[in-house]
Design a binder for this molecule. Structure first.
Ligand code: MCA
Ligand code: AMP
Length: 506
């Protein structure tokens, strides 16, 4: 069924309960949500958009941004959220690949998106700002406040979530209504969300974590959101006494711990702190327990599958692990020949279940590659079971850096650096970072006689690509270390970067 119709089951009979309270003091009840999403859905349907047509949005976080997404769901459209850090090159690719019929952007990006929309023959461009104003708000103002949700089947498309590819080309993960409803129901039950809950929502709403995981179970439970437009540790601490749950990436937790005002008193009314999107260090897990009296519940997910495993709500939450497979989700850890491995043996994590996406948008070959012959999805993560069935993620077979919860694929940055005059070749790796867990560093081989310096490499990459992907360090070397097969040995480069971290002018 249409995922929004499914979520509506959680609303009180007259929709009188509050759904969102924002950091600016605005209040939106479920009745407001129903009206706002109906207006969006009626308006978009009125433009002639058919079920499955794409609606792309690169917008700042606002309740109206969330209503746009949920309105698109109601109208049976396919939502395409885009990180606000993406620049021209990245946006050009996404719009060309997904061919949306509508684009919604920040007012200040209108010239850029206008250009791109024209180039790709996209007829409808609207703006929406942080306060919920803009040409979209004006356009939907007069639209009908009632809309009967378009019927959708479980395998109909609800969203396309772009995840970068190891070749440097992003892949659009096709997420269905059935994926959304199954994961929402499992998480509501597993994490015990009820109408009494109040979730602090400080995540961006252009990735699965903030858009799906931190919204759908809340809707389904009839619970409430304290909506913060941007993560700020002090603002989270100020809201904790009114809240019962927080979802965040590990950086949220290290930043909370860095605040002297954070402790048991602030957390007294809290029920659960959930972490995911990147590894939670044991140090953070332990320090958080000591300071707050709460044990962070770590879970594991990905854009292609929503949530996959979780530490238990009741029962031991084991640091350094992501817990057990969620109900209905199957997880196996396999060795080189596809043989399931015993506890303690690291291998590839493969998954199956109703949460698993429908494939990569217009990339049947890529989709086939990522599935085994017997239908399991290769996550690209390396894990191992312990003797009690807790899964630990111990590495990645995909070349990926996770910085503050954002994924960066080295290939994309290497291609940019390699194209610079004066560069022979480059390798991009992740190095430990106190705030982001891991961050991007580049190792560059200069052409003979080239006077290229670190600042030039950084400035060049920054001009082309989202800021979170820009190397925070550049190390110049005579040549890249390679193994017998000619493959760059990135582990050696990581060690080298760690060794040179304190050398002046590395
Ligand atoms: C911001 N900057 C970063 C990052 N964030 N650099 C590297 N990594 C980052 N994650 C840079 C900016 O470009 C800027 O650089 C400077 O830091 C300050 O930017 P600002 O916006 O003020 O940063 P912030 O607000 O402090 O952001 C940090 C953050 C944010 C709150 C941790 O990165 C964040 O919200 N991360 C969550 C990401 C997330 O939701 N991931 C889920 C996807 P400059 O000044 O040089 O320009 S994964 C997922 O969905 C799966 C399903 C899952 O399992 O959950
Ligand atoms: P994304 O493609 O943005 O959805 O990111 C998914 C990836 O994030 C996964 O394949 C993992 O590598 C990583 N990830 C998510 N949750 C965790 C976690 N709790 N611990 C370690 N890695 C995680």
């Amino acid at each position: 069924m249409n995922a929004y119709s499914f979520f509506r089951r959680g609303f009180a009979p007259r929709h009188q309960r509050n759904f969102i309270e924002t950091d600016r003091g605005e209040l939106f009840s479920h009745a407001d949500l129903e009206r706002a999403t109906a207006r969006v859905a009626s308006f978009l349907a009125g433009l002639g958009l058919k079920a499955g047509d794409r609606v792309a949005a690169q917008i700042d976080k606002s309740p109206q941004g969330l209503f746009l997404y949920l309105g698109a769901l109601r109208a049976g459209l396919c939502y395409l959220p885009l990180n606000t850090a993406y620049q021209r090159g990245e946006l050009d690719y996404f719009l060309g690949d997904a061919e949306p019929r509508v684009v919604v952007c920040r007012p200040e990006s209108e010239p850029l998106l206008g250009d791109l929309a024209r180039a790709h023959g996209i007829a409808h461009l609207f703006t929406l700002d942080e306060a919920g104003a803009g040409s979209l708000a004006r356009a939907v103002e007069g639209a009908p406040e009632e809309f009967s949700d378009r019927e959708r089947a479980d395998d109909d498309l609800a969203a396309i979530i772009y995840t970068s590819g190891t070749t440097g080309r992003s892949k659009g993960a096709m997420v269905t209504h059935g994926n959304l409803t199954s994961n929402a129901e499992v998480l509501r039950q597993f994490w015990r969300f009820s109408a009494e809950d109040v979730l602090i929502h400080a995540l961006p709403i252009f990735h699965v974590h903030g858009l799906f995981v931190a919204v759908h179970p809340i809707l389904l439970a009839g619970a409430r959101i304290l909506f913060q437009r941007k993560f700020d540790a002090k603002a989270v601490i100020a809201d904790l006494p009114r809240a019962s749950a927080l979802m965040g990436v590990p950086t949220f937790y290290t930043r909370l711990l860095a605040e002297p005002g954070f402790g048991r008193e602030a957390c007294r009314g809290m029920r659960v702190f959930i972490s995911g999107s990147a590894p939670l260090l044991m140090d953070t897990f332990n320090a958080f327990r000591d300071r707050s009296g709460h044990t962070i519940l770590e879970r594991y997910g990905m854009s292609e599958a929503g949530m996959i495993t979780s530490n238990p709500y009741e029962g031991e939450r084991r640091g350094g692990t992501v817990g057990h497979p969620l109900p209905g989700v199957s997880v196996r850890v396999v060795g080189a020949e596809g043989r399931p491995l015993a506890p303690g043996e690291p291998g590839d994590i493969q998954i199956r279940g109703p949460n698993l996406f429908a494939g990569y948008w217009r990339m049947p070959e890529k989709t086939r590659e990522e599935f085994t012959a017997d239908g399991w999805f290769r996550t690209g993560d390396v894990g191992q079971w312990d003797s009690e069935g807790y899964l630990a993620i111990v590495g990645r077979s995909k070349d990926l850096i996770i910085s503050g919860g954002y994924n960066v694929y080295p290939k994309e940055i290497e291609l940019l650096i390699d194209a610079m005059p004066g560069v022979t070749e480059s390798a991009v790796v992740g190095v430990p970072h106190p705030d982001f867990g891991e961050t991007v560093a580049a190792v560059v081989v200069r052409a003979a006689g080239s006077p290229l310096i670190e600042a030039q490499v950084i400035a060049h990459v920054r001009s082309q690509i989202a800021a979170f992907k820009v190397p925070k360090r550049v190390l110049f070397v005579g040549e890249l270390p390679r193994n017998a097969m000619g493959k760059v040995q990135k582990n050696l480069l990581r060690e080298r970067l760690l060794d040179t971290a304190h050398e002046p002018g590395y």
